[in-house]
Design a protein around this ligand. Structure first.
Ligand SMILES: NC(=O)c1ccc[n+]([C@@H]2O[C@H](COP(=O)([O-])OP(=O)(O)OC[C@H]3O[C@@H](n4cnc5c(N)ncnc54)[C@H](OP(=O)(O)O)[C@@H]3O)[C@@H](O)[C@H]2O)c1
Length: 254
């Protein structure tokens, strides 16, 4: 039977592009996010475009009960995933830490750290029992290089990298692989979410630079997943051509 990938954040951007490329390559899919309507549309797309039957899991990664329910349902309906892609995540706001709102701080920590940790915690024992599995965590160059106005977001992404490294140690005796993908600037709805729906401000982030496409990151994920059993790609940092660190980008028009 073809390999099963459970993807959080599957309704948009990098998660959606990854779902598409995996469907194209014959993977079975378990797709999770908060938006039921988008998940329904994407499941139809997977069936129509790629003849792939996927299951959807309406799940907020900040809610432990929803995580446990989704994990149990997935195992019941589709089996233990061969691959877990922890993509759900977000930045909220771009202002100095003293001006960052407490709800924004909590949402970033609860989604990017707590949610990712708990989803992994729910699936890992099953993978260990089977001695196989591949966990792919989506970090960010923001986790490697802090930038102004993003102390919390950068810290959450640093946590993702360190968490991956720690789990990789804990499963060293098994055949389970753990990989962190650390993208630079990728043009997705990410900035619109960050600026609380301010589309104009979000668009300005990508003006004057050719940002990565979500498909570029999906290609990397497919490559990481396709490596032979002996090969564990631990970390991948992928930047746009005109990007040098987390937020240092060269813009053609200043
Ligand atoms: N875009 C970039 O420049 C960039 C760079 C480096 C790293 N990243 C990372 O890449 C990942 C994906 O970002 P993206 O750029 O593809 O952004 P995006 O298009 O906004 O996608 C974010 C996804 O996360 C889901 N999500 C958000 N909060 C959630 C929650 N509480 N529970 C469950 N799902 C939730 C969203 O679905 P629902 O709204 O339906 O729940 C959506 O599917 C994030 O972890 C982000 O930090 C992005």
């Amino acid at each position: 039977m073809s390999r099963l990938a459970f993807i959080t954040g599957a309704t948009s951007g990098i998660g959606l592009a990854t779902a598409r490329i995996l469907a194209e390559n014959g993977y079975r899919l378990a797709l999770a996010a908060r938006s039921k309507e988008r998940l329904e549309q994407i499941c139809v797309e997977m069936e129509d475009q790629y003849s792939v039957h996927s299951e959807m899991f309406v799940m907020d990664v900040r809610e432990e009960e929803q995580i446990n329910a989704a994990v149990n349902q997935c195992i019941e309906k589709q089996g233990i995933p061969d691959i877990l892609i922890n993509d759900a995540g977000l930045a909220r706001g771009l202002e100095s830490y003293d001006k960052t709102s407490v709800p924004d701080i909590k949402q970033m920590i609860d989604t990017n750290i707590r949610g990712l940790f708990l989803v992994t915690h729910a699936f890992l024992p099953f993978m260990i029992k089977r001695n196989t599995g591949h966990i792919i965590n989506i970090g960010s160059t923001a986790g490697l290089y802090a930038y102004a106005g993003a102390a919390v977001y950068c810290a959450t992404k640093a946590a993702v990298k360190t968490f991956s490294d720690g789990v990789r140690i804990d499963v060293i005796q098994s055949d389970i692989k753990v990989s962190t993908i650390q993208p630079g600037i990728v043009e997705t709805p990410f900035s619109e979410v960050r600026f609380h729906g301010d589309r104009k401000r979000a668009e300005s982030v990508y003006e004057g630079i050719e940002a990565l496409h979500p498909e570029d990151i999906a290609d990397v994920i497919l490559y990481v997943l396709s490596a032979p059993k002996r090969v564990q790609i631990a970390d991948v940092v992928v930047m746009a051509n005109q990007q040098a660190t987390g937020f240092m980008v060269y813009k053609k028009n200043g």
